[in-house]
Write a protein that binds this ligand. Sequence first.
Ligand SMILES: [Zn+2]
Length: 463
Amino acid sequence: MISVFDPLHLGSVALDIMTCGRTSFESRQKSRLDILLSTAVRDSPFYRERMSGDSSIHPLLSDFPIVSRSELMAQFDDWVTDPLLKLDQLRAFTSDPQKIGMPYLGKYLVWESSGTSNEPGIFVQDAQSLAVYDALEALRRNAPRPYQRWFDPLMLSERIAFVGAISGHFSSIVTMRRLRQVNPLMAQRLRCFSILQSPAALLEELNAYAPTVIATYPTVAALLADEFSLGSLKFKPAEIWTGGETLTDTVRRHVEQTLGCDVRNNYGASEFMLIGWECSHGKMHANADWLILEPIDERGNPVPPGQPSNSTLLTNLANHVQPLIRYDLGDQVRVLSECCACGSLLPIIEVQGRRDDSLVMRGCNGQAVTLLPLALTTVLEDDAAVFCFQLLQHDESTLVLRLEARGQDGKLMAQRCQKALDNFSVTQGLPLIRLIVKLGQTLSKGRSGKAKKIVALNKSEQH
Ligand SMILES: [Zn+2]
């Protein structure tokens, strides 16, 4: 099978990434930005129209409008720079689970995002942007056990487990599938595990494989640490890589102390695979040679360094197929002006991303059953096709479903949610979840809808 992979380009990008970081990144950022902005104005009808009043040869980033996902998705066919890319055909492609990680039109990789209030975003990558993500993943991800990596750079002595939502075309699972195609040796060392199964079934699978490295979400890492304390997890991994949700200090300490392993956190999104990585001094560095982050306040004005932001704009310098310019990510990022003792000149950032809770419910036999927030949101989005909701825990067997929709629309949505949660309850070993439905609710959310969607019983007073 062919893969979207360009080894020559990867080689040159890797060399560049190795030399940047200890030297200034600004000149690289500037020249890549110039190329991106002129490509967008030339080849994207959406940007050609938006920037028609600007006759300068090199438009400035600040002249470009702030854009949201829903706005870009609504004009998808005009936004992309390849006229062969059509949203309805891409939606048909991503609705087929058999095609996860397969090339699209022979030269693109496609993934969709989940977990926001609108319909999923579709993101298209070519070999050039993938080479950047590959090289950043390989070279910037700081290894907790450097000597081990020195002797085994391809990690062939490791057993790596990815634990996440593996049923859709999500960036993580698409990337894993592609890695397995590109590198058959790695395929034998890399397995994917679904969080939609019950924790008991997941633990059984993980115990049989006993991975040395686990890549997963902070809430899953916390669950694994809990299960180790209870004796249900029978092994200790050497490393846990987390991403996708906010990793709090408490959860990190809990995982590190209970499992005795190293935890490395990173910050990524469907819009850019590895926005930030954690160095040996525990600081998160932004890959500012390949992206630009602009923290903004409620009105879209820039926030000075060191101040917390309301949201953050992303400009992706690697992807010219689908230009992401001043794109509202919805995450709160603080950019620090201080230098890091590790020697990297890439800026230090602090991120407040998603902070959904795990819910502890009462199982059929009275046992405690943990429902992972990512599993609950995936079930409601994929099975019930409901994207704008909030689930609050009422007690150990009851949840409150808050929907913005009202009337007949709201009732039908609530019925789909009830059905999806009924099916999910059975797979998790729970009695059917009792659902209290509240329609016509105002759901507080950031500009990109990353407000808390799953709220545990003891956390509700905070929201
Ligand atoms: Zn550092």
